[in-house]
Design a protein around this ligand. Structure first.
Ligand code: C2E
Ligand code: CA
Ligand code: CA
Length: 554
């Protein structure tokens, strides 16, 4: 392609660029090939790390803002243009933003010549990444417009609210009724929401199946809840009028504008996304009002999950097995220990197992960590048995391990590896997990029994105490939870109840361990129940292996 001389000078083109800049999102430029000079819309300086909107030494200066890996390709193309080997420039590559992120651009331009001499290249740069301003599926404006509107409203903060709405289980609509029908639902839902908009409110499509109402007027969260309910009713009416072809609900996350005062757009989006996710987590078809404390908890949980995962991949660094003495009431001597997991971190200090065990279970990391713990506990037991041959070790097992890993083999292998008599191993399972007696739990229970391993039903009294389980499972030991111990010490009725329960347990020929004995008062009251074992701070707190050896073994 060849171009005729336009008759315009570079200086005139620079002026035209300045005039056009406010009317466009793209960046127009001129590259003066005679004087090795470059001029681009001034707005480009706000977006990319350009030295200025005009500079000489064009090829050399490009290296300052072009993504390093793309520089050779660009230089080759520019050299070809300067040498007259090509006239049309059309390249997809990356520039670096002011935040140092690579941004995909499409740079196009043509060389203007005068009597075969290349004079300048005139062209335009578009960002080909996000920047979607409107969405034709829902018929609404998209995220870029949302961001622009949000920034214009900064001075109107802290009035009003952001209401983020999300269709519940939208994936199911797509799967059951097809993507085209899914698109139709997105459009109809947008219409339902639009019908509920109040004066001065704007609606945007946030992402896939999520919408965002921005309200800068003086309105409260109570108004936001009302509006959410109104939207829900409008959608219900649409579902009915649509002959129940698609039945769905919508959740809402409410954020007071005051809570994002001074925040960046991306933070505001994070908070509103969190609020909507919370509404979904609370069972969907409801709304949730952003609460900073909940958000901090969520962040802590996320950090903790990352730390746990990192520890697992770094040879379990930070995890430690503590031991707490188990005392025989007949002889008042330590007959064994319960192994209890600890997690030490630089960032959060030592975290309590009641906080990190549920997270390990949620993420599935309990499987490798539980296996590691099993081996640590058996290793310690093996050491202690050199001095006290019938020393018992109690190990907590999570239901996730029972259901999702080969825990039976792991226990039996560890027993063999450390040469520990199976009868000195106690596996603890909590009562609450037994609710529906999963066949895998029954299998574990009977395989361990066949192999002579002892079983303890942990936290008895906190779950759905059912004597039927006791008869069916016949655990060796029932562990009475500390919450029961406390109640029984201060309340006669609770004490009688516990007394009846322990009589019953004893009559079934099972043994009882009373947990959480802290002082002589609790000890003397619990003694009346004639338990077989005690465990509690009164006898010893959980401690590292070496300390346990010093205090209770040698
Ligand atoms: P748990 O199995 O009921 O363990 C007994 C808990 O009571 C331990 O809390 C222990 O430190 C605490 N305790 C013992 N005596 C007293 C006392 O006199 N007073 C008070 N206030 N507390 C006492 P810990 O170590 O914080 O563990 C909490 C729970 O975390 C455990 O409850 C258990 O459910 C779970 N857990 C700990 N280690 C493991 C593990 O290795 N695997 C699994 N799956 N769960 C574990
Ligand atoms: Ca336990
Ligand atoms: Ca317990």
């Amino acid at each position: 392609m060849t171009s005729k001389f336009t008759g315009l000078t570079v200086a005139q083109i620079c002026k035209a660029i300045d005039t056009l800049t406010p009317c466009m999102d793209d960046f127009v430029y001129v590259y003066d090939l005679v004087n090795d000079f470059y001029y681009i819309s001034k707005l480009a300086v706000e977006r990319f790390c350009l030295p200025s909107n005009q500079f000489h030494n064009v090829i050399e200066n490009h290296a300052k803002f072009v993504y390093p890996a793309d520089i050779p390709m660009l230089q080759q193309d520019l050299e070809d243009l300067v040498a007259g080997r090509k006239v049309f420039h059309d390249l997809l590559y990356r520039w670096v933003s002011v935040n140092n992120d690579p941004i995909w651009i499409n740079c196009r331009g043509f060389v203007v010549r005068h009597e075969n001499t290349p004079l300048y290249m005139l062209g335009c740069i578009n960002e080909i990444g996000a920047r979607q301003k409107a969405d034709n599926v829902s018929g609404l404006l998209g995220v870029t417009s949302l961001q622009a509107y949000f920034s214009t409203g900064h001075e109107k903060l802290p009035n009003g609210y952001l209401l983020r709405l999300g269709i519940d289980d939208f994936k199911e609509i797509n799967e059951k009724l097809g993507i085209d029908y899914g698109d139709l639902i997105l459009k109809r839902t947008a219409e339902c929401i639009t019908a509920c908009l109040l004066p001065d409110q704007k609606l945007f499509r946030a992402v896939a199946d999520e919408y965002l109402i921005i309200n800068f007027s003086e309105r409260s969260t109570a108004d936001a809840i009302e509006q959410y309910k109104h939207i829900r009713q409008t959608i219900d009416t649409f579902i009915k009028e649509n002959n129940y072809e698609a039945i769905y609900t919508i959740s809402g996350g409410i954020l007071k504008n005051g809570q994002v005062n001074g925040c960046s757009f991306s933070d505001a989006m994070k908070f509103s996304e969190f609020s909507l996710n919370e509404a979904k987590r609370h069972g969907k078809n409801c709304c949730y009002i952003f609460c900073r404390e909940d958000y901090e908890k969520f962040l802590r949980k996320r950090t903790l999950s990352q730390l746990l995962r990192r520890a697992v991949t770094h040879n379990f660094k930070g995890f430690e097995a503590y031991l707490q003495p188990l005392v025989n009431t007949d002889t008042n001597t330590v007959y064994g220990a319960e192994s209890l997991m600890r997690f030490h971190t630089d960032k959060l200090g030592t975290v309590s197992p009641s906080e990190f065990i549920p997270l390990l279970e949620e993420t599935g990391l309990i499987i490798p960590v539980g296996k590691w713990m099993l081996n640590e506990a058996m290793k310690f037991c093996h050491e202690i048995q050199k001095t006290i041959p019938d020393f018992k070790i109690s190990i907590n097992i999570s239901y996730v391990q029972v259901i999702k890993s080969n825990i039976i083999t792991e226990i039996l292998n560890a027993v063999k590896y450390y040469h520990i008599p199976p009868s000195t191993i106690i596996i603890e399972l909590t009562e609450s997990g037994l609710v529906d007696l999963d066949s895998r739990v029954i299998k574990l229970w009977s395989r361990l029994k066949e192999n002579g391993i002892c079983l303890a039903l942990d936290d008895f009294g906190t779950g759905y105490s059912n004597f039927h389980y006791l008869n069916e499972l016949k655990p060796d030991i029932i562990k009475i939870d500390r919450t029961f111990t406390i109640k029984a010490v201060s309340n006669d009725y609770e004490f009688k109840l516990l007394s009846l329960m322990s009589n019953m347990v004893h009559s079934m020929d099972l043994r009882i361990c009373v947990e959480g004995v802290e002082n002589t008062n609790e000890l003397s009251r619990m003694k009346e129940l004639l338990p077989d074992y005690y465990q509690g701070y009164y006898f010893g707190k959980p401690c590292p292996f070496n300390e346990f050896q010093e205090k209770f073994v040698s």
